[in-house]
Design a protein around this ligand. Structure first.
Ligand code: FES
Length: 354
């Protein structure tokens, strides 16, 4: 085999590649019932952060560079580059070495003739990990689903390569209930706090693995304005998209899609999605829902009246319209597998996900 040849897919990889976005959506709906509350939001957020349809668009593009420019892609959306780190915000991340090993074994011993549904296979591997790790299966179902999708996007070869796991020791000792209690807790406003109205202050946690990853903001202020006051680190050095504070921002008016975040805890303390945020977030491609308080928000639009825990994705782009046009060009009932990149209309150059 020459270095430019792609290795043949294993039977398990072929099985996974038969599952498109809709099949995965049905699988996750089934699995959510078996995922512990501590990871229910986190698992859904992870699947929004790494959409299969976008991965497929890049995998089948004639010119991925051009597609990245066209979609205004900035940052890194490729799971193959972050196999062991994309999911640090899941509680189940602490069991990643065991999950990775079990999913690799499952993939290499897979027999298509005996294959069960995708959700049954994920549950079965999660139960095996739970038994060996002596934990409740509900704590590892979400991270096992993440591992299956990571293998689908990155391939078995890259998936099973040794990697470095990031986990804060203090956070690793916390129980699921403790994490849930911390997410639900609001800041004390002092002895006369009940008299305060607009001058209340709230804490936003933007990385639960890092004790210092928090900023304070004013009551009914949007998440991005609050973040801009946090000058505790050299944000551009950490991520060139971060021009000020931990949350990447550009327009502050729901026009660019840079500031999208996932809401791990406190989703009910945010303002309802207003008409413009709802319309634009769908155009960007991040989420398509009429829910007033979804798990994905634009930080420049979502105002808070309480403490919240958020996750910042490693990339941003504008791809909703593009993926919808690909889907509409396919016959009914046929999920996108071979999208074609239109070589017209390139836009400004950006960092992209390759
Ligand atoms: S900063 Fe542009 S959409 Fe929020």
């Amino acid at each position: 085999m020459t270095t430019t040849e792609t290795p043949a897919k294993t039977p398990f990889e072929n099985f996974l590649s038969e599952h498109g976005e809709e099949a995965w959506s049905a699988t996750m709906t089934t699995l959510l019932r078996s995922i512990h509350d501590v990871d229910k939001n986190a698992a859904q957020i992870w699947f929004y952060f790494f959409p299969l349809s976008l991965f497929e668009a890049f995998a089948h593009a004639d010119d991925p560079e051009l597609l990245a420019q066209r979609l205004l892609m900035r940052g890194n959306c490729q799971l193959k580059d972050q196999i062991d780190t994309s999911h640090t915000f899941l509680y189940g991340h602490r069991y990643w070495p065991e999950v990775k090993s079990a999913v690799t074994n499952h993939a290499t011993s897979f027999n298509l003739a005996e294959a069960r549904s995708l959700s049954d296979q994920i549950l079965s591997v999660a139960q095996e990990v739970a038994r060996k790790s002596k934990v409740d299966p509900s704590l590892v179902v979400g991270i096992t689903a993440v591992a299956f999708m990571t293998m689908q996007q990155a391939g078995l070869g890259a998936f099973q390569a040794p990697g470095k796991m990031l986990l804060d020791k203090k956070h690793a000792r916390k129980s699921p209930d403790q994490v849930l209690r911390e997410r639900a807790k609001d800041d004390s406003q002092g002895l006369l706090g009940f008299l305060k109205t607009i001058d209340k202050k709230w804490t936003v946690t933007y990385d639960e693995n890092d004790e210092a990853a928090k900023y304070r903001m004013n009551n009914i202020q949007d998440l991005a304005w609050g973040a801009a006051n946090d000058q505790s680190r050299n944000w551009r050095e950490i991520d060139p998209r971060r021009s000020e504070g931990p949350i990447p921002v550009e327009c502050r008016s729901a026009s660019c899609g840079t500031c999208w975040v996932g809401i791990l805890g406190g989703v009910e303390k945010l303002s309802d999605v207003a008409a413009r945020e709802g319309k634009k977030i769908k155009e960007f491609g991040y989420i398509d829902t009429a829910e007033p308080k979804p798990l994905i928000r634009l930080a420049c639009q979502a105002q808070t009246h309480g403490a919240v825990s958020i996750v910042i994705p490693p990339w941003n782009a504008v791809f909703g319209k593009y993926l919808r046009s690909l889907k509409q060009s396919l016959p009914e009932g046929f999920e996108s597998k071979t999208p074609v990149v239109n070589k017209q209309d390139p836009v400004a150059s950006n960092d992209h996900c390759n």
